[in-house]
Write a protein that binds this ligand. Structure first.
Ligand code: FAD
Ligand code: DLZ
Length: 510
């Protein structure tokens, strides 16, 4: 027997580096559903269903393609409940020359796999993950000598590297790199938001749904109405669906939130990109093609491309540059526990309730809900970074440490001291009111900062500004906020701060 080839649950690409130059007749591909991976966080039931079902479909495709595959389905009585256990047993049984794998997406498992050669007694070849535009070393080189990293400059490099939205003479299409300024419209119900792509569960997915409901009962969320794609072909259909129905308005309403619509004009492609069912560059090329053929405007297509070859690659670069220390950062010194309503949605704050409710049902909430509602609240309330990070890692179908951690710890919590983002995304209720219709259905009054019914985001915002004066007063992007705060009468400031104190003490009752 030649080699064992280990493929992880988020490595479901036929072009995976671990499969390159393999000997289909002799090598053995190993895939395993194991308790250790299914339980390192309280994964949403739909996330478990998606990953197990997509893994099973991928293994089936490999077999149909002539590969020899050892697939372990999940069962609580399986003797091996870790990837290492499964590989060790197969190594004992088959005496392979070596184990080949593609570098994994998360420090926790990466540090384990890096030790396996000693523990298994066979060589372990870890190949680079070629499914990203920017290699880890390339990012490290770009970051060298920069005190702060700015996505915008990195993104321009990625545009040049891929040629996406570039003219033949090397200029950005539309003579502008970034069209974000046109992407901040409030959505008032028109044009109607398209229904998301749906794939009805087949027999494999139905088996997995049963398994998750039998053995992962205490995990977050529900399996009800599972409709995600679970194969590459279906994911490609989801991409087409997005381009036909949502991309034209993606830019305009990218920052909008709605009381009535969960998905708005977002692509819902992150689960497929993160597990390898879709390739990021091909995905962007399809969107760019829609612009060239007049089916979508430039502000939408540029915004979409920026999220994928800009933000997505940027956060991955930061993750690998600074792990494992990055995960321990807490520069704002937060100590508060995560409120229980993050798990139940049981809060009178309408925007938070709606975001958690969508998260519970769908294992998805769109970016502005994650950033400006649940994220913003955690920032203002001074929640411990590790608790809020673990929440985001658990509850979203697309959550993997390499992408979740920098977004939460860096972008949302500013716990890295502003390395990832130049200013904290802190906002009062006014922002949520401007970008959504939540406030009109809320128990609290968004126009008030004090009083029993005042929107908690308001007093918490000023409390945050006041208590972090040392951190932010000298930040040029925050000067205006401090000026506004300082020119309030003393009495008013005291009233707001007392309200803020009260809210923090009674956080579970909000
Ligand atoms: P769209 O809005 O349609 O965007 C298109 C694609 O761009 C996404 O599919 C995604 O691949 C990429 N993208 C957009 N924004 C980001 C970003 N900030 N970082 C990385 N990629 C981005 N995204 C994840 O994939 N996994 C996570 O675990 C994750 N955790 C997040 C945690 C917080 C606190 C925040 C603020 C954002 C997080 N994001 C995460 C980024 C973003 O919210 C999701 O990618 C997006 O909501 C997924 O839905 P979509 O596919 O409809 O995205
Ligand atoms: C997320 C996940 C889950 C829930 N289960 C498995 C599993 O049973 N087997 C597996 O190989 N991978 C799983 N994964 C994905 C891994 O946790 C993922 O590869 C790492 O988090 C690295 O990104």
């Amino acid at each position: 027997m030649a080699n064992l080839i280990l493929i992880l649950g988020d490595q479901l690409s036929h072009q995976l580096s671990a499969l390159e130059q393999a000997d289909k007749d002799n090598d053995l591909v190993v895939m395993a559903e194991v308790y250790d991976e299914a339980s390192y966080t309280n994964h949403h039931k739909k996330k478990l269903t998606f990953i197990f079902s997509a893994m099973r479909h991928f293994a089936q495709e490999l077999e149909q393609d002539g590969w020899r595959v050892h697939y372990q389905g999940y069962h609580p009585d399986n003797p091996e409940q870790s990837l290492e256990g499964v590989v060790a047993r197969l190594a004992g049984e088959h005496q392979p020359e070596k184990l080949i794998t593609t570098e994994c997406g998360e420090w926790r498992l990466h540090s384990q796999i890096s030790q396996w050669h000693e523990r298994l007694g066979i060589p372990v070849e870890i190949r680079p993950d070629t499914r990203f535009v920017c290699r880890k070393e390339e990012f490290a080189q770009w970051a060298t000598g920069r005190k702060q990293l700015r996505m915008e400059f990195f993104y321009r490099e990625m545009r040049k590297k891929t040629g996406l939205l570039m003219t033949p003479d090397g200029k950005p299409e539309g003579d502008q790199w970034n069209f974000d300024a046109s992407n901040r419209k409030k959505w008032t119900g028109k044009p109607p938001a398209p229904a998301p792509f749906r794939e009805e569960p087949d027999a494999i997915t139905r088996d997995v749904l049963q398994l998750v409901n039998d053995y992962f009962t205490d995990h977050f969320g529900t399996t009800e109405d599972f409709h995600f794609a679970v194969t590459r072909e279906q994911a490609e259909q989801a991409l087409e669906h997005f381009i036909d129905f949502a991309l034209p308005c993606f830019g305009d309403y990218q920052d909008a939130m709605s009381d009535k619509e969960d998905w708005l004009f977002h692509s819902i492609l992150s689960p497929y990109l993160n597990t390898g069912l879709l390739d990021p560059v091909t995905t962007c090329e399809a969107a760019v093609q829609a612009w060239y053929s007049g089916r979508a405007p430039l502000n939408a297509v540029e915004g979409f491309v920026r999220q994928i070859i800009g933000w997505r690659e940027f956060v991955r670069g930061i993750y690998w540059l600074h792990m494992p220390d990055y995960a321990r950062e807490n520069r704002l010194g937060n100590t508060r526990a995560l409120p229980w309503f993050y798990w139940t949605g049981d809060t009178k704050m309408r925007c938070v309730h709606k975001a958690v409710d969508a998260t519970t049902r769908n294992a998805h909430a769109h970016h502005i809900q994650r950033l400006m509602v649940t994220g913003n609240f955690a920032l203002l309330a001074g929640i411990k970074p590790e608790e809020i990070c673990d929440w985001y890692l658990a509850v979203y179908i697309d959550a993997f440490d390499w992408v979740e951690l920098p977004n939460t710890l860096g972008m949302v919590m500013h716990a890295d001291g502003g390395y990832l983002g130049s200013k904290p995304y802190a906002a009062s209720g006014k922002y949520i009111h401007r970008m959504s219709d939540h406030c009109q259905n809320c128990h609290y009054r968004v126009q008030d900062a004090t009083g029993e019914r005042a929107c908690p985001f308001n007093a918490l915002y000023w409390h945050f500004i006041d208590r972090h004066r040392d951190n932010f007063a000298n930040n040029p992007r925050m000067t205006m906020m401090y000026r506004n705060w300082d020119k309030q009468p003393d009495e008013r400031r005291q009233a707001i701060l007392s309200r803020g104190e009260w809210l923090l003490k009674n956080i579970e009752q909000l």
